[in-house]
Design a binder for this molecule. Structure first.
Ligand SMILES: *Cc1c(COP(=O)(O)O)cnc(C)c1O
Length: 368
């Protein structure tokens, strides 16, 4: 029985009628850019997150960049990002004219720790990007305290964390601004690129909306120079349909994770991800660690079980960041990228497949 890492087609088939109708409606109304489908999704998603403002944009990388731009930091300011993320997080910093500073992550849930952030703050630091990586929320209170103390802004990167909660509060409305991605493979994914910026603050939201749409206040009245980064009507209509299933799909992810955690425990060579007691982890990825990562990956592939690696090279070790010169040998992100393995997880998996993954992983480690 093959196990796919991701199966967007089977997901489509399960909601085909509603998706087809949504697409047809957008075409019928020619509501391709802007219009009611975008407004409806923005309001649906804001309500889902319990956040005051949501602005649809072109993709998650743009969402981060526009969020940073809206803060109007002096050029060349330093922004602290985790060493373990997708490159979009740090790219957005550089592309907005600022300097990337890497900080270390928690060895149990892989999110930024306030201690490592604190050690990287200088007089040039203006912001922290807290990435809720793999779907696990960052520990927000200590980070927000640091921000208060040093007059920094906190930007949440929620690209992997739609619906994740910190002490019962959904991420996306805790920091000053937040960025979401709706890349197809994310927990809430469009049928193409898409993204959103969210905030509780009306002034920040207004500026974000202007920047994402040519700095407009009226049709041809531009208060500033912005850019073109918009969520299109088709993606918005698709996202509204999928949003109504997100909690069900997320519950299934958590159920699978609980099964993995229960049945893969006690294997000495295998380190399981830890869910902090205050977290609702939405398991965009279920990432384990083992020194025999490459052998385990090949063993599972032989048995038609797909796995992933997130990420094969940590950000500070990428060629693109050689110029930062930040390669402390003791840093956590330097020692673990060769041991990380993402097991398949998602609502596309049936119970037999979940059990198969468990039994094959156990076979790999425990069979004599
Ligand atoms: C996917 C992702 C992004 C970028 O989103 P895109 O929509 O692909 O531009 C940013 N940050 C993280 C952590 C991501 O996983």
């Amino acid at each position: 029985m093959p196990v796919k890492f991701l199966d967007l087609y089977s997901q489509y088939l399960s909601i085909k009628k509603d998706i087809d109708l949504a697409i047809e409606t957008v075409i019928k109304e020619s509501a391709f850019v802007g219009g009611r489908h975008v407004q409806e999704f923005e309001s649906n998603f804001a309500q889902f997150l319990q956040v005051n403002h949501c602005i649809g944009v072109g993709n998650g990388t743009d969402a981060l960049e526009i969020a940073i731009n809206s803060c109007d930091f002096p050029l060349g300011s330093e922004i602290i990002v985790p060493g373990n993320s997708f490159i979009a997080t740090s790219e957005a910093v550089t592309r907005s004219g600022h300097r990337v500073v890497f900080a270390d992550v928690d060895p149990e849930c892989y999110t930024l720790t306030s201690a490592s952030v604190a050690s990287k703050i200088t007089p040039c630091t203006v912001a922290i990007i807290a990435v809720h990586i793999y779907g696990h929320p960052c520990e927000m209170d200590p980070l927000m305290d640091l921000c208060k103390e040093h007059n920094l802004l906190l930007i949440e990167d929620c690209a992997q964390a739609h619906g994740a909660e910190y002490y019962g509060r959904m991420v996306g409305g805790i920091g000053h601004l937040a960025a979401f991605s709706f890349y197809p493979g994310k927990n809430l994914g469009a049928y193409g690129d898409g993204g959103a910026v969210t905030s509780q603050d009306p002034d920040r939201a207004k500026l974000v909306r202007m920047i994402a749409n040519h700095g407009r206040i009226g049709k041809y009245d531009h208060e500033l120079e912005g850019r073109n980064s918009r969520l299109d009507g088709m993606q918005a209509a698709i996202l509204s349909v999928k949003l109504s299933h997100l909690q069900t799909w997320t519950k299934r992810r958590i159920e699978i994770a609980d099964y993995y955690l229960k049945h893969l425990t006690g294997i000495e060579e295998l380190i399981l991800p830890v869910r902090k007691p205050w977290a609702r982890q939405v398991y965009h990825l279920f990432v384990v660690r083992t020194e025999r990562r490459d052998q385990l990956k090949a063993f599972l592939a032989d048995r038609q079980i797909e796995t992933g690696i997130h990420y094969p090279i940590s950000l500070p070790k990428l060629q693109a960041y050689a110029y930062v010169g930040d390669l402390e040998p003791s840093a956590f992100y330097n020692s673990t990228d060769s041991t990380l393995l993402s097991l398949p997880i998602g609502e596309h998996m049936c119970q037999e497949q979940v059990e198969l993954v468990v039994s094959e992983v156990r076979n790999f480690f425990l069979a004599k």
